[in-house]
Design a protein around this ligand. Structure first.
Ligand SMILES: [Zn+2]
Length: 179
């Protein structure tokens, strides 16, 4: 079992608090998943939602029996599971240009290796405090904050996954994947 953090890096212009908009429903995260046994990675993105729980087919020793994702590897047939163990964490303007954790995932026998942010995000205008819906499908987002009279944007988005709870390893060697 490992706790893996999804970290985001972005340049925020005149906005703060980039976060999935969960006012109506919990956010659908999209990950490519790598099997922990044979390293086969899914060809397509897999959807994980922290309020959707699935019963695992076989009882993995020590597992709680249900998770947000239960997946059998197409190649080696081993089953793995993932459970989101945090609410989404805001990426603030203090983080701008640096990697910061925005989600923690408990993984057994598999791990996420690629993240696609897609649609459904929200930011707040730094001066106006106005909320804006943000679509990150194109990898960047631009708008105009009329109340503050400034251009606003979210650009240079990058994601990486790091192992959150392995105190014996150095931070650099914990890096699993960068996109
Ligand atoms: Zn496999």
């Amino acid at each position: 079992m490992a706790i893996i953090d999804l970290q985001l890096k972005a340049e925020l212009l005149n906005v703060t608090g980039l976060i999935p908009n969960e006012e109506k429903e919990a956010y659908n995260w999209h990950f490519k998943i790598r099997c922990g046994s044979c390293n086969e990675t899914t060809k397509t993105f897999v959807t994980i939602n922290r309020v959707v729980r699935t019963q695992s087919g076989s009882q993995i020793s020590g597992s709680r029996g249900d998770a947000n994702l239960v997946m059998k590897c197409k190649f080696c047939k081993r089953e793995g599971s993932a459970t989101i163990v945090s609410k989404p964490i805001e990426y603030t303007d203090k983080d701008s240009g640096k990697f910061a954790s925005i989600l923690s995932i408990e993984c057994r026998g598999l791990e996420p290796v690629e993240f696609e942010p897609r649609d459904g995000w929200r930011v707040v205008g730094t001066e106006s405090q106005a909320k804006f819906d943000v679509d990150l499908t194109e990898g960047e987002w631009y708008d105009y904050d009329e109340d503050a009279g400034v251009e606003i944007s979210v650009t240079e988005i990058k994601a990486q996954f790091v192992r959150a709870k392995h105190p014996t390893k150095g931070a650099a060697s914990n890096k699993l994947s960068t996109k």
